[in-house]
Design a protein around this ligand. Sequence first.
Ligand code: CMC
Length: 436
Amino acid sequence: MSTTGDNQPTSPATLTTNGKSYKFPTIAGTVGPSVIDVSKLYAETGQFTYDPGFTSTASCQSKITYIDGDEGILLYRGYPIDQLAKRSNFLETAYLLLNGELPSDTQFEEFNHAITHHTMVHEQLLKFFSGFRRDAHPMAIMCGVVGALSAFYHDSTDVNDPHQRLVASRRLIAKMPTIAAMAYKYSCGQPFVYPLNDLDYTSNFLHMCFAVPAAEYKVNPIISRAMDRIFILHADHEQNASTSTVRLASSSGANPFACVAAGIACLWGPAHGGANEAALMMLAEIGTVDRIPEYVRRAKDKDDPFRLMGFGHRVYKNYDPRAKVMQETCHEVLKELGIKDDPMLDVAMELERIALSDEYFIEKKLYPNIDFYSGITLKAIGFPTTMFTALFALARTTGWVAQWIEMIEDPSQRIGRPRQVYRGHTEREYVDIAKR
Ligand code: CMC
């Protein structure tokens, strides 16, 4: 595969409809399939395209992330995900996603300093938390509190001002760990822990989650590195449901805090970011290796809604490249924490082995995705299942923000407004209630 941009534009596509032929231009990406530009389709033919779930629709042009689902390749700005996970760190990767290039020493220092010095949240924002029940799901809290940032940082909500966009993007990346850690602390009934500027981004997050005022807490560097790698793996994934939600919300000119809150809401669902929580609950429910065949049978049964959580992906029809790194990270964390016999890991490994050799999963190209091993890892680090998707949201904020900036700066950007095939009643007379 070449990433140098040597794809040639293909010839225009011809569409014949209602007895007339029309030509539509094609646009070639630097790699990957070319697209047919149907933006003039309605104006020229009076017809729309129909594509529920957008399986055949490119909604934008982007230079940020590339996925080859057949080959199992994921690149951030051209760099393979496994190289970034092993050799970069989350903040450097965030810089790369936002700016397009890896930073120099001084660029990284400036970025790191700026993020570190935006980690505190307005003190008044703390009051929001006490409005929630203690058993509120952290994602419910995140939706509310992140949306509320727009009520606090008025000087960075003008999306047309490049400086305000820069400040908003840094605020979001910096404050997400603080807000996620506060959501966690609130659920445990423990006091909030303020950020510490001499800790790196991820160690600071772990400190805010697990330190208590009564004792000194030292961040384990191996766990911090593993967590950092998990953040890198989740940082961006091109036009997935939550990123598309952020782009659609932003296309109206809404402020970035409100748009990221919309992304968090979308991420929450079990078919998307909520799958890491669902995968762990499924492994716990299976419990022992001998019960796996029963669950595999259920997953294959058309009349049973049960699915193997952490398996399958809309784009990957091969092993999810993030899942490979996640599996290694999982083993590393369990070894560091001295967890020798984790029954859930036994179930996960056996389930993976059985599913990968089962005709149903082979034929449908259902491989483990990133969520399959992330739950076991996060549980071992000490997070309750309800926090898993909040951690995903924290990391994905970088991607959301990078995609938001790219969208605002794109001159072809217009408000997102899909159309429909109307299948309801044609016009009819209103009937008075007494006559119905
Ligand atoms: N277990 C059993 N069967 C499955 C599974 C699964 N996990 N996933 C898909 N299938 C079957 C599905 O029943 C369908 O069969 P048929 O063609 O006979 O009707 C076929 O595979 C295609 O599935 P689909 O639902 O049409 O595919 P999709 O692209 O719309 O859905 C998915 C992709 C990720 C929502 C789906 O695979 C799924 O629900 N997986 C479990 C949830 C999960 O792990 N989600 C995390 C995705 S990765 C993280 C992220 O991006 O947020």
